[in-house]
Design a protein around this ligand. Sequence first.
Ligand SMILES: [Fe+2]
Ligand SMILES: [Fe+2]
Length: 480
Amino acid sequence: MNVINVDYDGMIPNNVGLNQDIRVRKALEKWHPGYLDWWQDMGPEGFQQSLVYLRTAVSVDPKGWAKFDYVQMPEYKWGILLAPQVEDRKVPFGSHRGEKAWQEVPGEYRAMLRRLIVIQGDTEPASVEQQRHLGKTAPSLYDMRNLFQVNVEEGRHLWAMVYLLHKYFGADGREEAEALLQRRSGDADTPRMLGAFNEATPDWLSFFMFTTFTDRDGKMQLEALAQSGFDPLSRTCRFMLTEEAHHMFVGETGVTRIVERTCQAMKDAGIDDPHDIEAVRKLGVIDLPTIQKKANLHFSLSLDLFGNEISTNAANAFHAGIKGRFREERIKDDHQLESGTYPVLRLIDGRIDKQDVPALSGLNMRLRDDYVADCNVGIGRWNRVIESFDIPFQIKLPHVAFHRHIGEFSTIKADVDGNILSDAEWEQRKGEFLPSDADRAFIESLMVPQYEVGRFAGWIAPPKVGIDNKPGDFEYVKIM
Ligand SMILES: [Fe+2]
Ligand SMILES: [Fe+2]
C-alpha cells in the first residue's frame, strides 16, 4: 500500500487501504449518497453543472500533491487522505508524553475524542452552506473558482472527519456522521454547533473576511489536533492544513485586492480623506472604515470559537494527549504543564485585567493568543497596501473584549479599544464599530456578477498571478 499516492480505483479515493477494510468501506459507501444529496441541496447554488478549474489531491506529498482540471463539482473526487505515518511517533505532550502514539482510540478518552472530531466535522459543511449563494454575485470567474475550490475542500474535510467516525467509533460514530448531514447553518431547529457557523455570508467582503478570520481559527484548531497522540487524527489534520492554507490565501488576498482597488480609486479621484465615506462610495468602491467594521465583526465572531478563557475541557484534552498547542514541538517547556502559569485577560471587579492562571487551564487562551498574532501578520499586508498609497488609515484588530458572546467578556459591552461601555453607550455607538444596515446595503449594491473572462468587478483589483500560473484571460469557470 503506497500511502503517498492516492488510490482512485474504487468509489472513494483514499490512501488508507479502504479496499481491504470492508467494514469501513461499506459504511462509507452507505453514507456517500446522503453526502451527495446534501451537496446538491446545500452546495453552491446554480453552478452544479458548470465546469470548474479545480485542484484535486493525487498524493499527500507536500510537493506536487495537486492536479488541476475542469470538474463538475458533484463529480469532484472527495476522498480520504492522511499524511504519511511518522515512524515510531510518540505522544508529544500531556501525561502520556513519550509513550507510543495510539493507532486505536484509547478507551478512557473515547468520548472526548469523538466530541472534538464531531465539533471539527460540523464546521466543514457549515461553511459550504453559508457560502452557497455567493456564486451568483462573483466579481470574476477567478474569484468564483476560488470560492468553489474552498467549498469542495470543506466538503473533503467533512469526509476526513467522517472517516475517523466510521473507522474508530462504531455505531455511535455512524450516528454522528449521519447527524453531520442533518444540521444546517442558521437553521432555527437544527443549527450547526458553533455560533460563527450560523451567521450569514451575504456578500464577498464577508466571504473574504470569513476565510481570513474564521478559516484561520480552523487552522489553529487543526494545528492543535495535528499534535494529537491519537495518530490517525494527527495525520488527517496534517493533510487538511495543506488545504487550509489556500483558504486563508483566498481571504487575505481577497481583502488585499479590495483595499488596493479602493486606494487606487481614491488616488485617481484625488480623495485624501479616507473618512469621506460618501465621496469614496460614489466611486463604486468600499471605503476603508467599512472594511474595518467588517474586520471587527468577523474577528470578534471568530474569537468566540476558541471557547472560554479558563477551560477544564482544554486542560483535560491536553493532559490526555489528545489536543496540543500550536507548534507544540517548538515550545521549550516540559510539555506537561503540571506546574507553571499563563497570563489571561479577565474581567476582575468590573475591570479588564491580566491574571496568571494555571497553564493547563489557560490553554484556549494560549491558542487564541497565537491566533491573534497570526491574524496580525495578515492585517500587516493590508496596511502595507494602504501605506503605499500614502493614505492615512490603518486597519487594526479590535480588542479581544469587543463584541463577545462567549467567555469572560460576554457579559459586558466594550469598544474596539477595550473600554467598557454601558448598554446605552453601546447602543448609541455600535454603528461606529460594526457594519450598519446602511453599510450592508451599500456593499450589497456592489454585488453584481462579472462573468466575463478576464474581467473584474469595479470594487476589486485583479490578482497578481493566476491560479496554477494561468494567464489573466483564463476561463476558470465554464458556466453551464
Ligand atoms: Fe475545513
Ligand atoms: Fe477552510
